[in-house]
Design a protein around this ligand. Sequence first.
Ligand SMILES: *[C@@H]1O[C@H](CO)[C@@H](O)[C@H](O)[C@H]1NC(C)=O
Ligand SMILES: [Zn+2]
Length: 651
Amino acid sequence: MRKETILFVATSLLVALLGTFLNNSYFQLIPPKLSKNMAGLSPLDPSSYSRPEIAIVTNIELNLSVSFEKKIFTGFVDLHVQKVQEGADEVILDSKDLNITKILETELNTEVKYTIDEPFGEFGSKLTVELPNKNSKDYVFRIEYETSANASGLQWLSPDQTSGKKHPYLFSQFQAVHARSFLPCQDTPGVKNKYAATISAPPQLTVLMSAIRDRTRELHDGKLFHFVQDVPIPSYLIAIAIGALESRKIGPRSHVWAEEEIIEQSAFEFANTEHQLQTAESICGPYVWGIYDLLVLPPSFPFGGMENPCLTFVTPTLLAGDRSLVNVVAHEIAHSWTGNLITNRNFEHFWLNEGFTVFIERKILGRLLSPQDQDFQAMEGLAELKDAVKRLGADSPLTRLVVDLKGLHPDDAFSTVPYEKGQTFLRYLEEAVGGPSVFEPFLRKYFDTYKYESIDTVDFKTFFIKEFCPCGKDNKVKQIDWDLWLYGTGLPPYIPDYDKTVGEISIHLFETLSSWNETAEPTPVIADDVKYMSASQIIYFLQLVLDAPTVWSILKLTEIQRIFELEKNKNSEIKLRWLRICMKSQWEEKIADVLFWLNEVGRMKYVRPLYRDLYAWESARYKAIENFKANKKYMMHVSAYTVEKDLHLNE
Ligand SMILES: *[C@@H]1O[C@H](CO)[C@@H](O)[C@H](O)[C@H]1NC(C)=O
Ligand SMILES: [Zn+2]
C-alpha cells in the first residue's frame, strides 16, 4: 500500500456517502461525464467501484455450470477477503448485470447483507457486502449468482456461427473492465489474485481457462473441468472458452487449440512458438506460467490476441498460411512479463502494459530475424501511430501516454497510442542510457523487482531514476523531459533514427507509382524483385499509399492489385490496408468486399477503420449503417459498442 492511501480513504468515504445519498433515479439521469466520481467509482481506479484499500479480495474459487440454451453461467464464487482498514465494515466489489441470489460467510455459515447500486453507464453496479463481526480479519464469502445473457465480457455463438456448425461456442474477453459481467470481483488491475475454477459443461464440449488444466471428470450428463492459476493475476486476465475444441502439441510446453476444421492450419502457423518463448526468456528471464497454449478463436474475437495467462487467445485472421503474422504471438508472449507479471495499476497507465510489450515483441523479432527487421517493424508502427494522432487530433488528451480516465470508459480511450508512443519512449530511454547492453540488464532488474505487482508510471520513473542517477549534468539521462513524454499530446517528441534498409524497396515502389502520370504515360517498368517482397514490405508499401496526401486513381490501384495478386491474398493486414485504400479512392465495386469482410470478422483493428472509412464517404454511409444494424447481434459487445460510436449512432 502506498502513502497516498490515507488521503484517498478520507475522500473515498466522503464520495461513498455522497454516492449513497445520490443513488436515486434522478441521479441516474445526469449524463455520465458530469457525475464522474460521484457514482462511487474509486479514486485509485476511475474504472472500478472496488476499494481494496478498505478490504481486499485475496483468492477466488469459481464453481459454475454453463447453459447454452439460456446463455448464462450459474453457480457460486467463493471470495476470500481480508480486512485492511481497522474498523472497516464492508467490502466493495464490482458487478455488471449479475443476478445475485444469496451471499454467505462460509466460516460463520451466516447469510450477510449486501446492496447492489443502480448501474452507472458501462461500469456496471457497485456491490457492497457487509463484513459480519468476527474475531479475524479474514472472511470467505460464497456468492450465489448467475450471469446474464447479455454479459458484456462473454460472446455466445450459435452452431452456425462456428466452423463445425454442430455445437455452440462461448468465449470471454474481460480486458479492460468486463470481468465484472462474469463474476463479482474487485475488477481493478490494482488487485491480483490466484484463482481456481470448477466448470461443468455438456459432454461433447471442452472448457479452457487462463490457468493450468488440473483434471477432468465425467458426469452422467456432462463433464467437469478443474483449473488452477497459482500466479496472482488481475481480474481482466481471467478467461474462459467452451466449444468443440481439438488440440495439437506444438512444443514441450505448448498446445494449440481450435475447432477441428482449422486445427492443422493453426498447428502449422504457430509451429515456432517454442522458439519465440525461448527468445523471450533470453531477454526477460524465466517463464513462470508453466504452460503456454494458444487458442484460435472464431472470427468474431475482437482483438488480434489476448494474453490470457497459460492460454493466449488469438484471432483466426492470423492464419495467413505463411507464418507472416506471428509477430502477434511474439507480442502475447512478451505480455507474460509485461502486463501479466508487472501490471498497470489502472488503465490510465496502460502504456506500462502495452508500450513495454511492443518494445519486447520487437526485441524478440530482432533476435529471430535481424536488427533491421526490428527497426522496420517500428517504422510500420510509427506509421500507424501517425494515423491515430491524425484521427484523434494532435492536441487530444487521448494522445497522452498517461491518460485521464475519470468519467471515460477504457474501451473509449483504446488506441494505438499507448502501444506505439510507449515503445518509442522506451527506445528513447534505451538510447539515452547507452543502448541495449545497458538497458536490457536494467529491464531484467525491473521485471525482477516488480514481478507479481501492480504499479503506475511514477513507480517506473522512480525506479529508472534510482538506477541511472546520480549522473553528470551533461548526461542524457538528466535531459529526459519526463513531463513532455508522459503528459504531452501528439506525436512523440523524439523519433529514433530507425534503420530503413528493409523498407527501401517499399519506398522505392511507392515513389515510382506516385510519380507515374497514368493518363499520359505508359505503365512504368516495375523491378523484378518486387515479386519477392515480404508481407511486411507489402504492408508498409500499402501503408504509404494509404497515408499519401493524394488520392490514387482506380487505374493505379488496379496496377497494385495486379502486381501483388491481391485477389488471392490471405494476409489480413494486407487486406485491411488494401480495402482502406480502395475506400479512400472511392472504388464503388469494392464496397461489397468491405461489407462481406466486416460481417465475417470482429477484430476491431479491422472493423473500426473500415466502418469509419465507409462513414466518411457519403454515398457509402447509409450502407455502412444498415450493414452494422443488421449484423450487430453477431458482434461481441466491445466491437459493437465502439463501432456504434464510430458511426455516430448514439449521439
Ligand atoms: C498528366 O498528363 C496530362 C497530359 O499530359 C496533363 O494534362 C496532366 O496535368 C498530368 N497530370 C499530372 C498530375 O501531372
Ligand atoms: Zn498487448
